[in-house]
Design a protein around this ligand. Structure first.
Ligand code: NCD
Length: 647
């Protein structure tokens, strides 16, 4: 029996161009075989498992049909929500377990980067059947297969991608492929649903490929409207877009496009949108009128399906409508992909193009900010992995998540041996590269996070005390009085303090209220930088937020980002009746419209000032340990001079 090599197809870029060509040749012969009823035993004895955590008709059924037609067998969980996933089993465990039952796993999942996780943990090959809004490589194989059949080539074609280009994973894989095949792209996004930056940057950095974006209105504007569109090529192969063989330097700066060869229409990916954004008003409706312009006359109309309202049924009888052919190609193309994997035998997987991911000295590593990244949604077993983003701008430090590819701008960096932190700027670029190599780089989203990690600013200006221990005690007492005054009944009260000083203050407030009312409210610490187990009870076995009046406590409020993140964590935990915010210091500079309910002291301060609350034994260094509670203000000396090599 043939064996499948451990070769995963997570991205369309896991296949080279000549490999895709080979798959298409195989697909042609499988299509003939299906038409002629020729039996096939290519995959006899092999079992494919389909793990679909999201709905599917075409992808799943065509994969399953393909495996049956290859003489193989299929196992599947009819609905992954009916599997152990609903009991909380991780994707990693499911992938490991199913590896013992099947020779190939096909996975679809709602989170970006999930296919990579499945591929890393499965011991058998994994094919990505759509991971969140990231990629859908096998749909792209079907799309390219039909496009090439209809147009006779891919190189030099001009394809208009229309609709939800932000969340449409089929679009992203298609962009990567068209860029490599030397086709031209015109992006026609539905308002706000532009191709994400990380996709644009990937094709720009790796393929030196750029493309134009036009609005739906421009596309729709009157008969012949396409004549009014002007495209600016950035890569030489985009010259194919323009009439004549003009050398680059003589081409006028504004040029009319040549004919469009295909419209690739997509639906609004409603399931990836918040409820309030799901209305489809104003979304492109593609009908026969779009094909009337002379430049669009020979264009084929493609759609990965399912369609909703964006594609008129009247087009179905038009020979230029090829979407049902794309769907039908699912079987021979997926047969061809599996057959190609078998043909590949035991060849070793290619090494990843980029070097190893950055090793961070301090755990936890930075968190990916994309809420639908798999690392944000799977248990703690999944470690964040980042590489340096491909940006050429040395004034910015940008990391790229290995799983979902989203970028994470870093404002503060630290050196793990000296325990100093810096605001990143151009002068640090060389050092940071070196620290990455040494494995001594730490990164922080905020100064607060750096301080919580035991880091000191590289240099600070003179500091002055703005509150002493007695003043802090008075402020806490006043807040406690206000809280009691606001409460009809203190029994539903609970405190959640942001780690670590907010948690210490929460405990103090709780104790003050207990002393005055006799009611001991539960108290928990919330770590905004931790993963799933972010809320820990401080002095009781359990902590329940449901139906309670929560007082969220932090030491200092500044931009409001920490509070916003804390609120998100709270709401993940349950449904409080109300949440009130208490802070010891409000220092202004809010980036979000958040107003605390209880404030100890307002201290308008310059942006570069740092307000630090030092409380009891946990405060700062050994010198401050001896002193009592206080609040100090100092100026951070931020930039580092070329000559000042950090030690
Ligand atoms: C697509 C998907 O799931 O991403 N469907 C498919 O596989 N043909 C497109 C979509 O759902 O809009």
């Amino acid at each position: 029996m043939a064996r499948l090599p451990k070769y995963d197809i997570v991205s369309i870029e896991d296949l080279e161009i000549d490999e895709i060509e080979r798959i298409f040749r195989l697909a042609d012969s499988f299509a003939d075989g299906i038409a002629n009823g020729t039996p096939c035993t290519t995959a006899a004895g092999l079992i494919m498992a389909t793990l679909f955590y999201e709905p599917s008709t075409r992808t799943r059924l065509s994969f399953e049909s393909a495996m049956h037609r290859l003489g193989g067998a299929v196992i599947s969980s009819a609905d992954m929500h009916a599997s152990a996933a609903s009991k909380g089993e991780s994707l990693a465990d499911t992938a490991r377990v199913v590896s013992a039952y099947a020779d190939l796993i096909v996975v679809r999942h709602p989170f970006d980067g999930a296919a990579r996780v499945a591929a890393e943990y499965a011991t058998v090959p994994v094919i990505n059947a759509g991971d969140g809004s990231r990629e859908h490589p096998t749909q792209t194989l079907c799309d390219l297969y039909i496009l090439r059949r209809k147009k006779g080539r891919l190189k030099g074609l001009t394809v208009a991608l229309c609709g939800d280009l932000k969340f449409g994973r089929t679009v992203h894989s298609l962009i990567y492929a068209l860029a490599r095949f030397g086709a031209n792209i015109v992006a026609v996004p539905y308002g706000g649903m532009d191709v994400p930056d990380y996709v644009l940057e990937r094709v720009a950095a790796e393929r030196n490929y750029n493309f134009s974006t036009i609005s739906i209105d421009e596309l729709k504007s009157q008969a012949g409207g396409l004549d009014a569109l002007y495209l600016t090529p950035n890569a030489p192969h985009q010259m194919a877009l323009f009439t004549g063989e003009m050398p680059l330097e003589t081409v006028p700066s504004v040029r009319p496009p040549a004919a469009l060869d295909a419209f690739y229409v997509t639906r609004l990916q409603r399931e990836r949108l918040a409820e309030k954004d799901r209305a489809q008003a104003g979304y492109a409706h593609f009908d026969a009128r779009a094909l009337r312009s002379s430049r669009a006359h020979d264009a084929v109309v493609m759609h990965p399906l399912p369609r909703t309202d964006e594609l008129a049924y009247e087009l179905d009888s038009d020979p230029r409508a090829v979407y049902f052919e794309q769907a039908a190609a699912g079987v021979p193309v997926r047969m061809a992909l599996i057959a190609w994997m078998l043909e590949r035998g035991h060849a070793v997987a290619r090494p990843p193009a980029a070097g190893p991911p950055i090793k961070f000295k301090d755990e936890p590593a930075p968190r990916c900010l994309n809420p639908t990244c798999i690392t944000r949604n799977e248990g703690a077993y999944l470690h964040q992995r980042f590489r340096l983003a491909r940006t050429t701008n040395r004034a910015l430090l940008v990391l790229r998540c290995e799983y979902c590819e989203r970028e994470l701008p870093v404002e503060f960096v630290g050196h793990a041996t000296t325990h100093r932190f810096y605001r990143f700027d151009e002068n640090l670029y060389g050092y940071v590269r070196q620290w990455i190599e040494e494995g001594t780089l730490s990164v922080f989203e905020t100064v607060k996070q750096a301080e919580e990690g035991g880091y000191e600013p590289y240099r600070r200006g003179p500091q002055r005390e703005i509150m002493n221990a007695a003043e802090i005690a008075v402020a806490c007492g006043a807040i406690a009085t206000q809280i009691i005054g606001d409460l009809a009944d203190p029994t539903g009260l609970a405190f959640v303090g942001v780690v670590s000083r907010g948690a210490m203050l929460a405990l103090r407030l709780r104790n003050l209220i207990e002393a005055r009312t006799g009611v001991r409210a539960p108290c928990a610490a919330l770590d905004v930088y931790a993963g799933a187990a972010a809320i820990q009870p401080i002095d009781g076995p359990d902590f329940d937020v449901d139906g309670r009046t929560i007082v969220l406590v932090d030491d200092v409020i500044n931009s409001g980002w920490t509070v916003q993140r804390a609120m998100t964590t709270l709401w993940q935990r349950g449904r409080p009746a109300t949440v009130k915010l208490a802070v010891l210091i409000d220092r202004g500079h809010r980036a979000l419209p958040i107003r605390p309910n209880y404030v100890g002291k307002s201290i308008p301060s310059a942006r570069a000032d740092r307000v630090q609350v030092r409380l009891g034994p946990m405060a700062g260094d050994s010198e401050t340990r001896k002193s009592s509670d206080r609040v100090v203000l100092y100026t951070m000396v931020e930039s580092i001079k070329e000559a000042e090599r950090p030690q």
